[in-house]
Design a binder for this molecule. Sequence first.
Ligand SMILES: [Zn+2]
Length: 285
Amino acid sequence: MSDAETGMKTGAEIGVIGGSGFYSFLDDVTEVTVDTPYGPPSDSLFLGQVAGRRVAFLPRHGRGHHLAPHRINYRANLWALRSVGVRQVLGPCAVGGLRPEYGPGTLLVPDQLVDRTKSRDQSYFDGEPLPDGSVPNIVHVAFADPYCPTGRRAALAAARGRDWEPVDGGTLVVIEGPRFSTRAESRWHAAQGWSVVGMTGHPEAVLARELGLCYTSLTLVTDLDAGTESGDGVSHAEVLKVFGANVGRLREVLFDAVAALPGSAFRDCACGSALEGWDLGIELP
Ligand SMILES: [Zn+2]
């Protein structure tokens, strides 16, 4: 059986990095364990069918949410998705709003990213040998526009189709966590003109780019960040409550976006050619 045939039966073409709220009710979900040269991903991949498309769901924090944002093995997660055939990734995540008008329940599809993380492996091409003895070369990918334009269009159209007017564009600043921002940090983020703040959107986006994958971030505002609101700051309970109240419609938007994405062989964006011209030194899965 060719790889393509195997991929059709056991693999997926689209990846969704998000918790069980997105896949638990699908019929016929197959759990697949994948290992990678970087260690195991956050959890098994859960493969299912959405609108006739094969989708791999990966709980970002592991089932039961046991992985803090800075402890997630992002390299393993993206590598595992690519290894089952995924070429386009949708990454929903909870964020804080940095402007008063971006209150809880706002859906923002960012077009820019600022990395304020501190301790995360954010490249496959760091010159460190892999377990099989191969050594990746140093590669500098273009990242001026971190998100896939096609994926963004699909996400925005899907939201509008569900009467959930999204914010089209804006800057997601990703902090190290797991703590929330201080008021000073939050005010500084807002003063830069950044839109929302989260803890997981990076290095997911750049690792996807390094593997030639399309990546689209869908951010759900669960709270106004500490510098924006006048109360006691963000609480985890508040985040969970708002996320839980919106997970159903976010799932609908995700699934509509999945249906609208082009087939892997028909991608019209530049994401798949990010590595063109580079001698990688390693084989991608
Ligand atoms: Zn793309």
